[in-house]
Ligand binder design. Structure first.
Ligand code: GDP
Ligand code: MG
Length: 270
């Protein structure tokens, strides 16, 4: 069964990775042990009120480049919008609300996904700094939450907001009784081809449910053997000159597919 995905988005140095590490604690993720992506752990699991969540540090996907911040932010926001069920939008109370924060907020607002504004570096106990109130201007449905990633204060409030915003997520999930098959493997191994072949041979109606990319790459099939959902991890539509970025993103996507799957099909090019 798939677990809800939380993505952390925000400008550099607002404290995304610090929160990410706090949330996933000592848990090791497979991504961490994958060659090439060992430096930045970007994927982990956390638990709150008896529910498990996958957490993505979108900032870790972006290699240090000379890209302007907004370009990086757009990439992060896209990943979050495509992959996440809830987005943690992190800002820094010390810098106050910046123009970049506002730009990111506009991108996130278009997504229709729940966005939790996390105002970080509210380190002092007691009253929040005056600047905290600026962030109400962002206008998200969920009110800003003060936290200190370093101290860990406020993380419970954030996870409460995540759970509340998910609402009926779990119920919807239970409706899907199909056998989930993740098709994983290197680029060009033939992942999409095998799925197309299976579907073609069965001559059955195939639906690609629109919506998030996660759904868009799901192929549903029903025959005398049962109901199946094929998850094609190759369904990455993004094009970019930076290979490393793509690589990390595909590893992340594959990882998420494996988590959702009941069975994995590993394609190897002979
Ligand atoms: P990222 O670029 O958004 O991933 O930010 P990092 O997690 O790498 O943090 C950037 C800097 O902010 C580091 O020096 C952190 O120690 C610091 N930082 C992160 N969270 C807090 C916090 O809650 N309070 C304070 N005072 N500093 C923080
Ligand atoms: Mg980081």
């Amino acid at each position: 069964m798939s677990r809800p995905v939380i993505a952390i988005v925000g400008r550099p140095n607002v404290g995304k990775s610090t929160l990410f590490n706090k949330l996933i604690g000592e848990r090791r993720s497979i991504v961490e042990d994958t060659p090439g992506v060992t430096r930045d752990r970007i994927y982990g699991v956390t638990e709150w009120r008896g529910r498990k969540f996958s957490v993505i540090d979108t900032g870790g996907i972006e290699p240090k480049t000379d890209d302007i911040i907004l370009k990086q932010m757009r990439f992060q926001a896209e990943i979050a919008i495509e992959s996440a069920d809830v987005i943690l939008f992190m800002c820094d109370v010390r810098t106050g609300l910046t123009a970049d924060d506002k730009d990111i907020a506009i991108m996130l607002q278009k997504s229709q996904k729940p966005v939790v504004p996390c105002i970080n570096k509210c380190d002092s106990v007691g009253a929040v700094p005056f600047e905290f109130y600026e962030f109400y201007e962002l206008g998200f449905a969920i009110e800003p939450i003060a936290l200190s990633s370093v101290h860990g204060s406020g993380t419970g409030d954030i996870l409460d907001a995540v759970v509340d915003s998910l609402g009926e997520y779990a119920e919807e999930d239970d409706d899907d009784d199909s056998i989930k098959v993740a098709v994983i493997g290197k680029p060009n191994a033939g992942k999409s081809s095998i799925i197309n072949k299976i579907i073609g041979q069965e001559r059955l109606i195939v639906s690609n449910i629109a919506g998030t990319t996660r759904d868009a790459v799901d192929t549903h099939l029903e025959n005398e053997h049962g109901k199946f959902t094929f998850i094609d991890t190759a369904g990455i539509r993004r094009s970019s000159k930076i290979n490393d970025k793509i690589e990390k993103y595909s590893v992340l996507r594959a990882h998420m597919a494996v988590e959702r799957a009941d069975v994995c099909l590993i394609m190897i090019d002979a």
